[in-house]
Design a protein around this ligand. Structure first.
Ligand SMILES: O=C(N[C@@H](O)C(=O)O)c1ccccc1
Length: 329
């Protein structure tokens, strides 16, 4: 008698025109309330080794803000451009999230600021941080990487950043509430220590915030109300760097890691994990082009997964395919 074993498996959606998308460095992805894909990209601007001085001050402000629209809203089935905004505002786009009212929340690592933009407004509704001034107090970030908004309380969480090691909570109208985190002590990384808190996944039903702790190649999760450490998810398959994390209601956690260092075994790929056990249930990589620096990942409840890559300047789409394994017993 044949035994059917349903397997969770995702694969690249070949109808998605990955080769035709004319994008700059893709730094952030999100899904809006209509499940459209929102892309945050850098147009013709790049982040390279000349972008900052040793004090993390942006060196290319003479170029002015990026003239192209940096926020693109795409049809999630065929990538058709539905809407675009965010021109002449940003220097180095980084993180992106969309709140339940359709507002765009972004970070800019050159400006060291966090912005709230209405879907159709030109002027930002809220700005946190002081333009071009890195720092580490209640109103100065240092290359902030991501921002997430609690749909229940409206609280704002900022992962700060490449040159800080903290998560900061602000009230819905942008007042500093509290922060947690510290830099990783040499030799070993303890709970609550970060080495580039790089991406946030807010889990409202469990009242938790998970952080891609990039250079510690791990995910750390915390209580939203208190910042108390709840758990770590780490696998050797992550390799040296874990760039981004995304949670889908129903209990799946998605992540992408970084390119292996020369001679190291762990390949650059996407991961699907069972949130409650932390176990990896699937891994994936594209068939067309290859991951170079997969930088953000976003997943929807109906099993669509998008990955954006800063070096490949690409966005791939993956879909969950029920792969029925037929085994004879
Ligand atoms: O990590 C880097 N970049 C990416 O995260 C990114 O957001 O582009 C980077 C590191 C060193 C020099 C230049 C860029």
């Amino acid at each position: 008698e044949k035994e059917h074993k349903g397997d969770f498996h995702i694969e690249e959606a070949m109808e998605w025109p990955v080769l035709d998308l004319k994008l700059g460095q893709v730094s952030g992805l999100a899904l809006d309330p209509e499940d459209n894909l929102v892309v945050f990209h850098r147009g013709d601007r790049v982040w390279d080794e000349n972008s900052f001085d040793s004090k993390f001050v942006y060196q290319q402000r003479g170029l002015g803000p990026i003239e192209q629209n940096t926020i693109l809203v795409l049809n999630p089935s065929n990538a058709k451009l539905l809407h675009s905004t965010g021109k002449s505002l940003f220097y180095l786009p980084h993180g992106l999230s969309v709140d339940k009212n359709g507002n765009y929340w972004v970070t800019d690592v050159a400006l060291h600021q966090v912005f709230k933009l209405g879907a159709n407004d030109k002027e930002p509704l809220l700005i946190l941080g002081v333009a071009l001034q890195p720092g580490s107090d209640k109103n100065h970030f240092c290359q902030p990487t991501d921002v997430a908004v609690d749909p229940i309380t409206g609280s704002i969480y900022v992962s700060d950043g490449y040159c800080n090691s903290r998560i900061i909570q602000f009230s819905p109208n942008g007042l500093y509430v509290m922060q947690w985190g510290e830099e990783t002590s040499p030799g070993r990384s303890r709970p609550g220590q970060f080495c580039i808190p790089h991406s946030l996944a807010l889990i409202p039903d469990l009242s938790q915030l998970c952080v891609a702790d990039r250079e510690n190649a791990r995910i750390q999760c915390f209580r939203l109300e208190t910042g108390e450490f709840t758990r770590e998810i780490k696998h050797t398959a992550f390799g040296r760097e874990l760039f981004a994390v995304s949670y889908v209601p129903g209990g799946l956690l998605f992540a992408v890691n970084g390119m292996p260092y020369p001679g190291e075994a762990e390949s650059v790929q996407g991961f699907v994990m069972n949130f409650s056990t932390g176990e990896i249930i699937d891994t994936f990589m594209p068939l067309r082009k290859s991951f170079e620096m997969p930088h953000d990942i976003v997943a929807s409840e109906d099993g669509r997964v998008f990955v954006g890559d800063v070096h490949a300047k690409a966005v791939w789409k993956f879909v969950s395919a029920e792969k029925m394994e037929h085994r004879s017993v």
